[in-house]
Each structure stands twice: as C-alpha cells, then as structure tokens.
Design a protein around this ligand. Sequence first.
Ligand SMILES: *Cc1c(COP(=O)(O)O)cnc(C)c1O
Length: 247
Amino acid sequence: MTEKQYPDVGRQKELRENVAAVRERIRAAAEAIGREEEVTLLLATKTVPPEDINFVIRECGIRHIGENRVQELTAKYGALEKDGVSIHFIGTLQKNKVRQIVDKVDMIESVDSVPLAREIDRQCAKIGKVMDVLIEVNIGEEEQKSGVSPEGLGDLIGAVNAMPNLNLRGLMTIGPVCAENEEYRKIFSKTYQIFLDISGELLHNSNRSILSMGMSDSYEIAVGCRSDLVRVGSAVFGKRHYPEKNN
Ligand SMILES: *Cc1c(COP(=O)(O)O)cnc(C)c1O
C-alpha cells in the first residue's frame, strides 16, 4: 500500500465545511416538511482526485460516491478507500463498457433501456453478482437525451424485474438546470408522483425503494419533494476543472 495522501490543510477545511453545510441544509429541508426517513448524501466525484475523495470518506463519514464516466472510474478505482463505501454509477453507460464496471460498482442508477439492462444482467451473471439498479426517467421537460420517457417506463420496469441478476431499487432523474426553484419543484413533484404510481411494481423486493433526485443547485428542493438520495458534486468539491482534451 502506498502512503495515505492528504489534500492540503486549506482544502481539508473547505471540504469539511462544505460537507457539513450540505448536511445541515438537507436536515433543514427535511425538517421543513416534517419528514423522518433518512436522506442519503451521495457525492458526485467526477474530476475529483482520489485524495479528496478519500478525505471525505475517511474524515467526513461519506459512505456513497458516484462516478459517471467509465474511464475515470476504472482509472481512480484502485486508489479509492472503498471499505464500507457504496460506489454508484450515475452517468450515461454504453453497452460495450458495462463489463468494465460491474465488478466495481454497487449500484447503477442510469438504466434507461432494455438492451442496456440486458447487458448488465448478462455481465453480472458471468461474475455471479446481483446488481442494484435504478431506472433513469426523463419526464420530458428538457432537451437532455438520457432517461426513459414516462410512457416507456412500465415496459422497462417489467423487463428489468424479469432479469435474474438485476435488483430494481427505484428511480433516478437528472432533470434540467433550472433558472427558477419553482421549475425544479414542478419537475421533482411530477417525478415523485410517477414514483408513487409505480411503487407497487418496485416493491416486489424487501428493501424500501429509492428515488434519486437533486444536485448542487436543487438538492434542498428535491428533499422537499421526497427524494431519498441526493447527488451532490460542486457544492462540496467546488467548480469542476475538466481536462483540456475530453476523452
Ligand atoms: C455531476 C453529476 C451530479 C452532481 O452535479 P453538481 O451540480 O456538481 O452537484 C449529479 N448527478 C449526475 C448524474 C452527475 O453527473
């Protein structure tokens, strides 16, 4: 094992304060609607170096992280302190890359088609794993292409539930970047309603089902709309710096 790497002291302070601030705002948003169920804080770690990720795991009690690029996940994977940490895949996933991640992640949140689900099922069968998955829905108020439409959701749920190596746990939505909080509220409420409508189909397993929605700009509103899991990146790690060349 290599020696533990720490971010510099200023960065440590910043990360601690940011995590604490996000937790406090989640708590306040939950309290405001009198909800008692726990909200899971997942940190979206794209472009974040392993030393920062390991710091929030080790020192801030973070237990859920999400990566959204296969290449970045596989590159960082060996350097992460993964004990007791649940790694989620939250990005667009190409079928031909599924094989590279099924042994590394605990949940795939971005299942949005039958062929993708089938490939995850197939690769998991090979390694004797049952993968927790969320279906990504796109309620259509946005241009972004990922996610199944509400109309296609029923068929996809049926297909996923029939796959022996997939364990359907709930829904995820990304949603647009909104100028107004009211827009977020409208989209998240609609997604929650869909989640309720289909919860009978999700609840065939013993675990409570999960609704994953809310990011740095919107997680408090999402909690107010009964999100169970918020995916927060820049509010903790700061603005992302992408490498010059996109790969
Ligand atoms: C990057 C990312 C997030 C977090 O975004 P921030 O706005 O930085 O909080 C959440 N979900 C997904 C799928 C992401 O790719």
